[in-house]
Ligand binder design. Structure first.
Ligand code: SF4
Length: 323
């Protein structure tokens, strides 16, 4: 049965699959660099948003060599707006390693890929699949939904629960097309709400469809997010400039610019607030218009009209909007 399902999906894909600049129907994409960049961009960003950034990125850094030579500030500015900047820093670091140790080429080997900065198990599998047509199983949110519905899984699931079922359906000959196909089925047909089951190549085998329980599946286990509070300080001098600083410590926002802020319990009185959700926590900052009650290292005074010259995190862009 799984062979039939795989073949039906591959046929469906040839006619209905999406055209995306980092894919080639019928096999591996010709540019493994483009596959790598798109995969990292797509980790926490929607396809629609990535489409606009991807084009800009490839024009700015057309090759691994060009990226390796670029200034980090430039890389962060080109990434600006997509959030999760660690991805951009790791891409830059990885490009340098590729030039130094891999002759500027992306290795065609999962274990080698896993040694590179910013490439985890999911990205390594995706690159093997889309750039080299290997029969890797990739499980993202779309794949989880399609598989959970196909097998009528009503309990709470994680990607690990879905992996063995997804693996059985993976095509050994057409790794790239198959992975694209199941993702596209999830993105365009087996959508979270109102799935278009009448158009689905897996309709006759789908348990959720037979039981009419599609929309109640999947139930994805969610991580509890911690709530973090604090204050961000907008300190202005007589020239109308604001004090901003660059983050130097390693971590999520390394290298980006920000208004000085710190964690702490909420202050009394009325203050405008901004909130931002990171992968593992939710941050709420009160905006306070005064000198910060701590020393500001690496600070510079900048006029609001010059903010665009500095890569700010998405969190800080929310503060700028409030100014
Ligand atoms: S039949 Fe409907 S619910 Fe089942 S896989 Fe296809 S689109 Fe999804």
């Amino acid at each position: 049965m799984s062979q039939n399902l795989t073949n039906n999906l591959l046929v469906w894909y040839q006619k209905n699959g999406r055209e995306l600049p980092w894919r080639t129907k019928g096999g591996a994409h010709f540019d493994s660099y483009a596959v790598w960049i798109s995969e990292i961009m797509l980790q926490q960003t929607t396809v629609a948003t990535v489409l606009t950034y991807f084009d800009k990125w490839m024009k700015r850094f057309p090759t691994i060599q060009a990226l390796a030579k670029a200034d980090l500030q430039d890389v962060l500015l080109t990434w600006q707006g997509m959030g999760y900047y660690t991805r951009a820093r790791k891409i830059h670091e990885c490009a340098k390693v590729l030039v130094e140790k891999y002759d500027g080429k992306i290795p065609k080997n999962r274990d080698e890929l896993l040694k590179l900065p910013g490439i985890g198990p999911y990205s390594a599998s995706s690159i093997c699949c889309f750039a080299f047509n290997m029969p890797e199983t990739v499980v993202d949110g779309n794949v989880m939904r399609v598989i959970a519905r196909l097998y009528g899984i009503t309990k709470e699931i994680t990607a690990k629960d879905i992996y063995p079922l997804a693996e059985k359906l993976t095509s050994h000959k057409h790794g790239a097309d198959y992975a694209s196909a199941i993702m596209d089925l999830g993105a365009t047909t087996c959508t979270p709400t109102s799935p278009k089951c009448a158009m689905c190549p897996w309709k006759s085998a789908c348990v959720a469809y037979k039981k009419n329980i599609q929309e109640s599946i999947p139930k994805i286990k969610k991580l509890e997010k911690k709530n973090v509070m604090g204050q961000v300080y907008l300190w202005q001098n007589d020239k109308g400039e604001y004090l901003i600083r660059q983050r130097t410590e390693k971590g999520l926002l390394h290298g980006l610019w920000e208004f000085p802020w710190h964690e702490g319990s909420l202050l009394k009185g009325k203050h405008p607030t901004i909130t931002h959700v990171f992968t593992h926590f939710k941050l709420t900052l009160q905006i306070v218009q005064k000198k910060p009650p701590f020393d500001v290292k690496n600070g510079v005074w900048v006029k609001p009209k010059d903010f665009a010259k500095y890569p700010f995190s998405t969190l800080m862009k929310k503060v700028i909007k409030k100014i």
